[in-house]
Design a protein around this ligand. Sequence first.
Ligand code: PEP
Ligand code: MN
Length: 375
Amino acid sequence: MVEKLDTSPIKEWEGYRGRPFLISGPCSAETEEQVIATAKGLAALDRISIFRAGIWKPRTRPNSFEGIGTRGLEWLRSVKRETGFLVGTEVANEKHVYEALKYGVDMLWIGARTSVSPITVQEIANTLKGVDVMVLVKNPINPDIELWIGAIERIANAGIKRLGAIHRGFSSYEKTSYRNQPNWQLPIELRRRIPEIPIICDPSHIGGAREYLHEISQKAMDLNFDGLMIESHINPEKALSDSSQQVTPEELKELLSRLIMRNPSTDDPRLLDVLGELRQQIDIFDDSLLDLIEKRMKVAETIGKYKKDNNITILQSARWDEIVKRAMIKGKTKGLSEDLIDTMFKAIHQESINRQMKIMNEGIESALKSEKSKE
Ligand code: PEP
Ligand code: MN
């Protein structure tokens, strides 16, 4: 467990208007008119806490729109003046931090391509020492929880109290319908390791297309995330970056109205009674699962001894294929996903192999030992 960070709960952050804490605005600031019109559209929703706009854009390939630069900070200042919004932008180096703070930006976030670099994150952290500003750390583009936690710790060590994390998904060589893999187990692990850190989901960069925004946002809410950062643009079709994932303020309003907010916990005694009973059932089934796995391992060990006595290799691919195939077919009839069967059986198989390996090597180790004592 990471040492408890000295951070302030999101409910105490300036501009907090309830769960989800909402951040919205264009991927990039493009023109003053576009920025102001988007901000006014969002202000009409009367629900957004922070207006976002990218000023410096770390793009994968050169010759794409790399951001308007410092000039855009003037427009953010106009947004503050005209709509009362707090504003936020991405910073990727020391200079960006200085510039953004000079123009009164209220929230900074460290992008996914920056949080992979401990040296750059430390440079940003050093610049932030003694500054009271909201800071969010996006997950690094690779699914490395330690790197993400490390970046968060560096910013916390600089004394930033209003500190949060953004889950924006992870790059993968595999092409799926989403732009970035959500790997939900990583933000869940982050919550376990640093429970005090607010987590904001960024469905725009996970989905990469507006049709996925709702399902990803709903999932984040069901996992009890604290907020959402959703890109919006007054005219998404004309956006200079991330055009296909941006929505108009009106579309955002409609999306938010369809979000179902569930309670993270309850103190209603009637509900607690029902839940308590069901949880008891779960515990009983979990105990049976463990008993069964124990029995299965005993049989695997017996097989291990048999293989050893008959000089057969531990790994028998044909048999393993047969086990998985059988489990997949049977699992399907029980409504269990292929994902579950695959993960569960891989783990069980690995444990069996480890045990059989130990049995195979037992004699060898003691023979080696007695050889040694003879020397
Ligand atoms: C962004 O928020 O516009 C952005 C560039 O995001 P990421 O760092 O997640 O790619
Ligand atoms: Mn973007």
